[in-house]
Design a protein around this ligand. Structure first.
Ligand code: SAH
Length: 368
């Protein structure tokens, strides 16, 4: 809110209906407004001509459509586009558009910084500042769509897919992320199918079960190691939710929504998790399961001790998975010339409180 005005970008259809009912209006006003805001990219109430003049004036007094502001805008040599966006304070997050032949994906952030402290991720180095509000999450899609000239009612959409794989752990911001997902999927919102919206998580088991019930979008899980000893180091939340528990939650997730599979992200770190033995251990976890492994060549950032596995190592690792019947792909690195690749998003996290969930959890819930 600014000056007491409510930002309608943050309200799902049911919340908007309540908002209009609170004004003594019929709930269908919510659909009318959403058609303007998401269908047409209009933010000025005065242009919403099927709404009475009186109601438009009232809306302008008490409400607003306020997207984040653009701080920087960079285009990579490969067509990847990165925006640094500022929400309601001086903090900034990053949003990346990745055009490919078959799909054009927008990668959005869910938090300013991140508390999970994964050792190979540059967002972790920023520490955690705060959760993004629903309006700030939806606002990234709204703004990028406008910048890219996308229209929800167009025959061919510019943004075909949205992934929550930017800064932050989306399931640690459950309260604000779920209404944002609802707006992405809503026919009167961005009208994206569930297959085309992917949430990536480091593995917060209770929230995965909730998500299966509340909003069963496609799920990607950051696995990165085939055993607890190694995963404890790379993804510290593993000490709270070890691999066996995490995988059980994954298979429950696929059953709940009749989803075809879960994507497992596996960052390829030279001599850390990329040996033949690691691949064979991974096969044991994934075999005969509704799983697909996505191998991500590590993207370096300043002061990291890790190095990217050699190309032939990554290919050999993939071969071992494929020969055992485990589906596996290698993620093509995009946008690394503008630091827009996986794990390179840093935004601008000022006033870092450096709450690190990893450290807190270790003391609270160390596994025997
Ligand atoms: N917190 C969520 C969302 C971030 S998604 C999650 O962990 O899934 C970003 C993906 O990029 C994750 O799979 C993450 O593990 C991976 N990643 C992080 N740092 C990376 C790096 N330096 N190189 C390649 N991939 C990285």
């Amino acid at each position: 809110m600014t000056g007491g005005r409510v930002n309608l970008l943050g309200l799902s259809r049911s919340a908007l209906e309540e908002f209009f009912e609170g004004l003594g209006e019929k709930p269908f006003r919510a659909r009318q407004l959403m058609r303007w805001v998401y269908g047409q990219g209009v933010s000025d109430f005065d242009l919403m001509t099927d709404i009475s003049k009186k109601l438009r004036l009232r809306l302008a007094e008490i409400a607003e459509i306020r997207p984040p502001r653009i701080v920087t805008d960079q285009l990579s040599g490969d067509g990847t586009h990165k925006w640094m966006l500022r929400g309601s304070d001086d903090q900034a997050v990053e949003t990346v558009f990745i055009p490919e032949v078959a799909r054009r994906t927008l990668c959005i952030s869910s938090q300013v910084g991140c508390a999970l402290d994964c050792s190979f991720c540059s967002t972790a180095q920023q520490g955690f500042n705060r959760n993004l509000g629903t309006a700030e999450i939806v606002g990234q899609v709204w703004l990028a769509s406008r910048q890219l000239g996308d229209r929800v009612d167009a025959d061919e959409r510019v943004v075909t897919n949205v992934v929550l794989m930017g800064m932050g752990e989306p399931l640690a911001n459950y309260r604000n992320v779920v209404p944002a997902l609802e707006i992405l999927l809503d026919d009167f919102g961005f009208n994206l199918s569930r297959r085309r919206v992917t949430l990536s998580t480091s593995g917060l088991v209770p929230q995965m079960d909730r998500l299966a019930r509340d909003c069963n979008v496609a799920l990607a899980v950051s696995l990165h190691a085939p055993n607890d000893e190694l995963r404890d180091q790379l993804v510290p939340i593993n000490r709270r939710y070890p691999i066996a528990e995490l995988l059980d939650a994954c298979w429950r997730y696929t059953e709940a929504g009749l989803r075809r599979h879960i994507t497992f992200e596996y960052v390829m770190l030279d001599k850390v998790n990329d040996s033949d033995a690691h691949a064979r251990d991974l096969v044991r976890l994934m075999k005969h399961r509704p799983a697909k492994v996505n191998l991500i060549p590590f993207n370096p950032f300043p002061n990291t001790p890790y190095r990217r596995s050699a190309r032939d190592r990554i290919e050999r690792f993939r071969e071992i998975l494929l020969r055992s019947g485990v589906r596996a792909t290698i993620r093509r690195t995009r946008g690394d010339d503008i630091d827009a690749a996986c794990g390179q998003l840093v935004g601008r996290v000022e006033d870092r409180t450096r709450i690190r969930l990893g450290e807190k959890l270790i003391s609270v819930a160390a596994r025997p």
